[in-house]
Design a protein around this ligand. Structure first.
Ligand code: AMP
Ligand code: FES
Ligand code: ZN
Ligand code: ZN
Length: 308
């Protein structure tokens, strides 16, 4: 297999794009693709202040690297979840993220959930759910809330996450199985800003997980290999396996599933009837917009955890 650009030996072969590239040209191709998606979906400009949520994994560290290479002003946000039993998942990912930032002179904000709420994620989920196994939903809620809070408090115009195509296709698949209209309506490369919430963007949403892995490895980015220990057996992983099987037989199927969805959404297939549009009001405790009566889900959860 030869590089399409220079004819040298290819390092990455992408059957889905009928494209093979050598290391040098692959490391140019990925940022060029990301730049194309940033423009196409009008994610942000070089004048806007960007906050990248970095987990220490290959996707978000690569995203930060790419934005930096493309000349965007992007600070990082690492949320320490306190998941450190068995394997030192949180402390190791924090170390790698801090090293990444220090080596490149990038600004990193760190939020520690234990300091913020009095408990780690495993403790919060035990206190509120009275049992294990529900950490991921508590964790998702906490991460969303803290990302929104930092973006708002520090005046970032936009919040970027490292979700890749495999992540997006798996979520889409799950929401399609249940035809969850409200979620389908909100899923996309850009979620516009609303009063009190920064715009959210996913610049890697059209890049395969495998492409991001190749980027991180060829670029020599040190990232945490381990998955979160609570992710074992998650439905999203099962959906990813199913979609990989489909992709193996029909290269490009994953991308086409996602892109056809975006087209259908653009045509208004998932438009929300006005009757079910939710009224949002600021949470009396933290000020973030919520549809729940009274406290937002985060404040309700943390106050419950601290009173049990
Ligand atoms: P995940 O939900 O773990 O697949 O992560 C999706 C995206 O959320 C990542 O690509 C990051 O941008 C962001 N993210 C996940 N965990 C963290 C964390 N602990 N701190 C900051 N951002 C995170
Ligand atoms: Fe949050 Fe696994 S990363 S529970
Ligand atoms: Zn080449
Ligand atoms: Zn609140």
């Amino acid at each position: 297999m030869k590089c399409r650009t220079c004819g040298q030996k290819a390092a990455v072969n992408m059957r889905q794009h009928k494209l093979a590239l050598c290391k040098e040209h692959y490391l140019e191709w990925v940022p060029a693709q990301v730049e194309r998606f940033i423009k196409k979906y009008r994610m942000f400009s070089r004048e806007e202040k960007i906050l990248v949520a970095v987990s220490g994994g290959k996707d978000s560290l690569s995203l930060w690297d790419i934005l930096h290479r493309l000349g965007y002003v992007a600070d990082g946000l690492y949320i320490c979840l306190g998941i450190d039993e068995g394997i030192a998942y949180s402390s190791e990912s924090q170390r790698l993220t801090e090293e990444f930032a220090a080596e490149r002179g990038l600004k990193l904000q760190i939020v520690n959930i234990q300091q913020q709420t009095g408990m780690t994620i495993p403790e919060l989920s035990t206190a509120t759910m009275r049992g294990r196994g529900k950490s991921c939903s508590v964790c998702g809620l906490v991460k969303r809330h803290e990302m929104n809070r930092i973006a708002r408090d520090f005046g970032y115009a936009v919040l970027a996450t490292g979700h890749n195509l495999d992540d997006e296709a798996a979520v889409l698949f799950g929401n399609t199985l249940t035809w969850s209209g409200e979620y389908l309506l909100r899923q996309g490369p850009v979620l516009p800003a609303t009063p009190g919430l920064a715009r959210k963007v996913k610049p890697l949403c059209r890049l395969y997980e495998r492409e991001m892995l190749a980027y991180a490895l060829l670029r020599g980015i040190e990232y945490i290999y381990d998955e979160c220990p609570f992710a074992v057996g998650a439905t999203s992983i099962y959906y990813k396996e199913l979609l990989n099987e489909l992709e193996n037989n029909r290269p490009g199927a994953k991308l086409s599933f996602y892109l056809s969805f975006l087209e259908a959404r653009k045509k208004g297939l998932f438009a929300e009837p006005e009757a079910i549009q939710q009224e949002l009001h600021p949470c009396p405790n933290c000020g973030q917009p919520t549809s729940a009566p009274g406290l937002c889900a985060f404040c309700k959860m943390t106050s419950k955890a601290n009173t049990v």
